[in-house]
Design a protein around this ligand. Structure first.
Ligand code: MG
Length: 396
């Protein structure tokens, strides 16, 4: 038997919990886990009863959670013929996160993922992290908890997986000078502010390269997503924000790069398919066949790169300023964005109002962080209130 077959057998004994299992990353993670032979400890999602029932019947988790209580009650009835414990709410989410397993993949949408991430880490589980908002809002606390509990955080986001992969061969003296995050530019690359005035939710939901959930697709259209990723990278790789660059790369083939002190630059490339970073987070440090399309560079011919436009895409600029200020400011811009995106998707505010509301979150007075989760949650709630009130003025 070859060494890699042994590794494959060891990997197949892994148990995984997936939070956000009915979303885009969650469903792909389940396919990856199944192809690797993993067993599923727990599944959690927001409210999609039908999808969750299907996943329970197929993957046989011990615990299933729907955040929405009515949906969880419905689910409990539907699966009463099975040996699965059904729970709901934040308590249920944290129970699923803490249940005995090897790794927790967190792909829930938004700040709601922070508490379960902490619960999973306190229970001693490694984290495959796809929920960027929790690192944006709770970066210092999350990284400190990981250090204290000896937890590994394995990035699932394609850019951070790329940086993580580039770092695998890093020298003993580290010597990383700069991270270069690539960005597709989203559907509105090259547009002027006046051209963005009349953008509708359906325009903004058309992403050129990636198929994702609605929150992250809107975040890609406003480029908030890249700002959140800059903050996420600062925490994951402990690199000062001033040493993290953003480069627009339309084809999403180069997923990100690092520059070493000697000016050598290492990049990670691949077809834009989330299965690659999802699988690497679950199998690290090993690699296995993944079943995605092969990268044929001659098919692409040219790869293009452009500077980011911070003046038009003000959300990205607000994130950069928030992480430079530090403290609870990143939590504030994230909270404002979560409210603004929900209102935009609901047709209540315009596309450019998202950037206005997020930028306003740079100005509200904030307390100093005190290392407690509660202070982050209070700040999040305060900014949500402020942003909701500010949005009344822009309502159509
Ligand atoms: Mg990304």
């Amino acid at each position: 038997m070859t060494a890699s077959a042994n590794n494959r057998e060891d990997i197949a004994k892994k148990r995984v919990t997936i939070l956000g299992s009915t979303g885009s990353v969650g469903t792909q993670a389940l396919e990856v886990a199944k192809s690797l032979g993993f067993s599923i400890t727990a599944l959690a999602a927001h409210s999609d009863v039908k999808a969750m029932e299907g996943q329970i019947r197929r993957f046989k988790p011990e615990i299933a959670v729907l955040f929405d209580k009515d949906a969880a009650d419905d689910l409990r009835l539907r699966v009463r013929d099975l040996q699965v414990s059904v729970a709901s709410g934040m308590d249920g989410l944290c129970e699923a996160a803490a249940a005995d397993t090897d790794i927790v993949l967190n792909s829930v949408v938004g700040m709601v993922g922070l508490k379960p991430t902490i619960a999973a880490m306190e229970a001693g589980h490694d984290i495959a992290l796809a929920n960027k908002e929790t690192l944006v809002a709770g970066g210092a606390l999350v990284m400190e908890t990981a250090r204290r509990r000896g937890i590994r955080i394995l990035p699932v986001d394609s850019e951070h997986s790329a940086v993580f992969q580039c770092l695998q061969g890093s020298p003993p003296n580290k010597a990383v000078k700069r991270l270069i995050l690539t960005a597709s530019g989203g559907p509105f690359f090259g547009k002027t502010i006046s051209e963005l005035e009349s953008v509708t939710p359906s325009d903004a939901l058309k992403h050129p390269n990636w198929s994702m959930g609605s929150k992250i697709t809107i975040d890609s259209a406003t480029m908030m997503n890249k700002g959140l990723e800059l903050i996420e990278a600062r925490w994951l790789f402990d690199v000062a924000p001033v040493n993290i660059d953003i480069v627009i790369h339309r084809e999403s083939v180069v997923h990100s790069l690092i520059e070493y002190d000697d000016r050598s630059v290492i990049a990670q490339l691949g077809v834009p398919d989330m299965k690659i970073p999802i699988q690497y987070a679950l199998t690290w440090p090993y690699r296995f066949e993944c079943g995605v399309k092969r990268l044929d560079l001659t098919e692409w011919g040219k790869l293009s790169f452009y500077p980011p436009d911070f003046k038009t895409f003000v959300c990205m600029d607000a994130c950069r300023r928030a992480i430079e200020e530090g403290g609870l400011r990143p939590a504030a811009v994230n909270a404002a964005n979560e409210i603004a995106v929900a209102l935009f998707l609901n047709g209540e505010i315009g596309f450019l109002d998202i950037g206005r509301l997020v930028s306003q979150a740079l100005d509200y007075p904030l307390p100093q962080p005190d290392g407690r989760l509660d202070r982050i949650l209070e700040t999040d709630a305060y900014i949500r209130e402020k942003t909701t009130a500010a949005a009344q003025k822009s309502k159509r």
